[in-house]
Design a protein around this ligand. Structure first.
Ligand SMILES: [Zn+2]
Length: 421
């Protein structure tokens, strides 16, 4: 058993922060037993890890990121989605056939997630089996968790990124055999890149893989007008973009996370709700490649789960704290256009990044009893220019103006996670 003492802040629901000043979190077997304002008498002899006046908050979850686009972070912001993929993304992903190159980039990628306090991730790798396996091993070795997808794609991309349906199925079998265990931290996820990259045969095979192994699914949905028009052309029988996934068993038949959903409304939004499909909201990406402002308030009102994603390299920033800020700012721009859509609050943004996103991995993202102890210790002493800040003001300041320098310790499933090498 471990006991941690600090200023504890988390969001049991989207509407409010639970704040326990100088409280105690009791952790047993990597899971939270309880949060207490004073140490329970039966534990008074137990050693305590004392973080003093620091903040203790749940760790971050990045629900959408492309690991092989690490090198392209912060460049190539001059195109919309489809030409951006052809000109920048696919040429970089071709390099991941080379395991030595993949290792160099993926080590940096895992270290960067760690630096920004992201302990769980839903990531796209590339189409290559060996480098995908390597990424999963590196994350696991680091003690961090998540779902990693070997990408499936066989059309509208360079030949070197196209796989046969048979190879796609074989690779899935291999990764399931090597990684898919109920207690494993890093596990596979079925990853059709998006409808334009996959023939109907490959989409069908992806749906069958998900069903056969009860694997979750990740992909992209309704990000950009050009993309939506292309999907309509490629899948003329589908009622809408989401229906194109649904017809292949890739839309909530197993747990599903869809990135963007900027233009999802009407019947598509209704289907997302019915199927419990999670939205990975990626505000910086939506800004950078001129996609639009996603209707996050509508999703929350409909009870559709929402998490936040960095979407590097459409997004340029790995920090999920910064993603909260962008999500808040974009919701205000949407509100300015449509007053019936109230803008997001800090607690809603924090909850999306922690408890809401974390539900994709099990009981993750809160300090309620039974949750995995995924936590960050925030030493914001350099931001405390005035002793008068409340604990919530300290958190808000850290979210808005802090960075990795204030993250003093990181925990995943109760284990202190050192910097990955
Ligand atoms: Zn993406």
């Amino acid at each position: 058993m471990q006991i941690y003492h600090a200023n504890i802040i988390y969001t049991p629901d989207s509407r409010h922060f639970e704040v326990v000043p100088h409280g105690y979190v009791v952790v047993s077997d990597g899971k939270v037993e309880g949060v207490y304002p004073t140490l329970p008498p039966n534990l008074s002899d137990h050693p305590v890890t004392d973080y003093g006046d620091r903040l203790l908050i749940p760790a971050m979850n990045d629900m959408h990121v492309h690991a092989p686009q690490y090198r392209n972070q912060g460049i190539a912001m001059d195109l919309e989605l489809l030409p951006w993929l052809q000109n920048y993304t696919f040429p970089e992903e071709l390099k991941f056939a080379d395991l030595a190159y993949a290792e160099e980039m993926y080590r940096r990628f895992v270290r960067t997630l760690w630096r920004y306090g992201t302990m769980r991730v839903v990531a796209f790798a590339s189409v290559h089996l060996d480098s995908t396996r390597l990424l999963m091993q590196l994350l696991d070795k680091a003690g961090m968790g998540g779902r990693v997808g070997k990408v499936n794609m066989n059309r509208n991309c360079p030949e070197g990124l196209q796989e046969s349906v048979e190879d796609a199925i074989k690779a899935c079998d291999v990764l399931v055999e090597e990684f898919e265990r109920p207690d494993a931290r890093v596990r596979p996820i079925v990853t059709p890149r998006f409808i334009p990259s996959c023939t109907p045969e490959l989409l069908k095979a992806c749906g069958e893989m998900a069903r056969r192994y009860n694997l979750p699914v990740q992909s992209h949905l309704s990000e950009n007008h050009g993309e939506i028009a292309l999907v309509k052309e490629l899948e003329p029988e589908s009622k809408h973009y989401a229906d194109a996934y649904d017809r292949y068993g890739l839309f909530g038949q197993t747990p599903t996370v869809m990135a963007h959903c900027v233009w999802s409304d009407g019947d598509e939004l209704e289907l997302m709700k019915q199927r419990g499909v999670m939205v990975a909201h990626c505000p910086t990406s939506n800004l950078n490649i001129a996609s639009g402002i996603a209707p996050i308030r509508r999703f929350l009102e409909a009870g559709i789960p929402v998490g936040l994603g960095s979407d590097v390299s459409g997004g340029h920033d790995f920090s999920i704290f910064r993603m909260m800020v962008y999500a808040l700012q974009m919701s205000k721009m949407r509100y300015e256009q449509d007053n019936s859509c109230a803008f997001l609050s800090l607690s809603e943004a924090f909850w999306m990044a922690t408890k809401s996103a974390g539900s994709f991995f099990g009981k993750v993202g809160s300090f309620e009893p039974g949750y995995d102890f995924d936590a960050l210790v925030i030493d914001d002493s350099d931001l405390l220019i005035d002793p008068g800040y409340s604990l919530l003001e300290r958190l808000e300041r850290f979210v808005y103006i802090g960075d990795d320098r204030q993250i003093a310790a990181r925990y995943c499933q109760g284990r202190l996670i050192p910097e990955p090498i």
